[in-house]
Ligand binder design. Structure first.
Ligand SMILES: Cc1cc2nc3c(=O)[nH]c(=O)nc-3n(C[C@H](O)[C@H](O)[C@H](O)COP(=O)(O)OP(=O)(O)OC[C@H]3O[C@@H](n4cnc5c(N)ncnc54)[C@H](O)[C@@H]3O)c2cc1C
Length: 449
């Protein structure tokens, strides 16, 4: 599997991963042709995931720009077409209370308002683009895997409900058992608004909207090198090139090694893996006792997340291998299946029909960043949005919009994540060593009684 920390090129026109989402597609997906000419544009966007597609559409639709979007494979081939489909009110790894501790209450409120805006934008785009993406009834449980998380849950609830106008509920172990009898859970924080959907349908819907707005989308067109003749940018693909004054980088966790100095050593691509079981029988469904089709995540340092899919299968995910070449090893799927069975012992006989992985982009300070190079820098005209830390489905739509606004000289909200570039990892060459140490610490932490 492509490994962004080691590979200088992302590949060309690789097929979509054999995910459950891909298998659910009714027919063959449309193939966007590759660029095989030398052309010019007002703006080039690199990467056709949620971020790049929304940025490109905004630029064409609102700012009447001539936009070329270059994707190494096909739209949604990266994280956007293979994630778990949780639509959450947040991004990065910091909740509102942690944002308040780091930046003060006023900034935490402003960040939260932006996240809420992103959450609502995803809804509005589904409606405007008539994107049917198997949206499920809302309900999100954050499970405490240990009782020590219940006191912080209470503080989070008070802050969210009193300061942010939310309506979170704290569920005791016995209340939780009535709704979600996960044998590993010691209570939960419940958000009634967040929901699950089919992420591949969503990104394909965004791609249709971008094309309708006039974006020219090339698939099978990785940017392999980058020249800057006379204040212009010239992006070279295997069979063509594009010249433009402005370039938006939306390659996120799939950004190849040494791709651009602005992103050098500033992201840690981390594998998240998913299994999807066979459909549960009526008896298995009754015995595991999940009410509704909620989305669920736990408090572990190495988190597990799961949801019941519309056809009665369980999707279960968590951290996978460290290196891309190990991603498909059966032991990672086996570890997820074992964790699923610890949560639902009634499912001892369940088997797995699908398994896949993807690269989430972890940032040094646990937050995403949008950044535009200053006009007097050698990289003038280049901007990026990246580092959603595995929680970017909703935020990416707004990040794309903000990126477009930034490129067009509009002002965007003064938030910590919009005012600074991504921080460089100290000893960036040794990021994987740090990751291994973190995983060891995480396993110890998660088993601590
Ligand atoms: C297994 C998994 C589960 C997840 N679950 C959730 C979830 O439930 N909820 C949630 O909020 N978030 C989730 N995420 C994270 C979420 O999917 C991402 O934050 C989001 O999709 C990022 O979108 P993006 O457009 O920024 O990047 P991507 O969708 O990754 O798009 C980047 C694109 O850039 C392309 N590219 C890279 N290099 C080049 C190049 N040189 N030239 C041209 N193109 C290039 C890639 O091919 C790729 O298509 C999950 C991620 C994974 C991997």
């Amino acid at each position: 599997m492509y490994d962004p920390l080691l590979d200088k090129e992302p590949g060309v026109g690789s097929p979509y991963p054999q995910s459950y989402w891909f298998a659910k597609q009714a027919g063959p997906l449309s193939q966007h042709p590759s660029l095989n000419d030398d052309i010019t544009a007002d703006i080039v966007v690199i990467g056709a995931g949620y971020t790049g597609l929304n940025a490109a559409r905004e630029l064409a639709e609102r700012f009447s720009q001539q936009v070329v979007l270059l994707e190494a494979h096909q739209p949604g081939w990266g994280c956007s077409g293979r994630n778990a489909g949780f639509v959450l009110k947040g991004t990065g790894r910091l909740g509102p209370l942690q944002l308040a501790e780091r930046f003060g209450i006023k900034q935490a409120k402003a960040c939260y308002a932006e996240y809420q805006h992103a959450f609502e934008l995803v809804d509005a785009l589904q409606q405007r683009g008539r994107i049917s993406c198997q949206r499920q009834a809302p309900g999100y449980y954050k499970l405490a895997h240990h009782p020590r998380f219940l006191a912080p849950f209470q503080q989070q609830l008070e802050f969210a409900n009193q300061q942010l106008g939310q309506s979170l509920q704290l569920l005791s172990p016995s209340e939780l058992q009535q709704q979600l009898p996960d044998q590993q859970a010691k209570g939960a924080l419940f958000d009634p608004d967040c929901y699950g959907l089919n992420p591949l349908e969503l990104v394909l819907g965004y791609a249709d909207m971008a094309k309708q707005a006039g974006v020219t989308l090339y698939g099978g067109s990785p940017v392999l090198s980058w020249q800057t003749p006379q204040g212009l940018h010239r992006l070279i693909t295997p069979q063509g090139s594009v010249r433009a004054k402005k370039v938006l980088i939306a390659t996120n966790g799939y950004t190849p090694k040494n791709f651009h100095p602005l992103l050098q050593g500033r992201l840690l691509p981390v594998l998240s893996s998913i299994i999807v079981t066979q459909p549960l029988t009526a008896d298995e469904l009754a015995r595991c006792g999940i009410q509704g089709q909620p989305i669920v995540m736990d408090t572990r340092a190495l988190k597990y997340y799961y949801r019941l899919l519309p056809d009665g299968r369980l999707l279960f995910g968590g951290r996978g291998a460290i290196r891309g070449r190990d991603a498909d090893k059966p032991r990672y799927a086996a570890q997820l299946l074992a964790a699923l069975k610890r949560s639902f012992p009634a499912l001892q006989q369940i088997t797995v029909d699908y398994q896949w992985s993807g690269w989430v982009a972890v940032s040094m300070d646990d937050m995403p960043h949008l950044y535009q190079a200053p006009q007097d820098s050698p990289y003038a005209g280049v901007s990026y949005a990246a580092g959603y830390c595995g929680s970017g489905l909703s935020f990416s739509a707004l990040a794309g919009q903000r990126l477009a606004e930034l490129a067009m000289g509009q002002s965007i909200p003064l938030l910590p994540c919009y005012q600074q570039p991504l921080r460089t990892f100290p000893f960036a060459r040794w990021r994987r060593v740090g990751q291994r140490l973190y995983y060891q610490w995480g396993r110890w932490q998660d088993q601590r009684r």
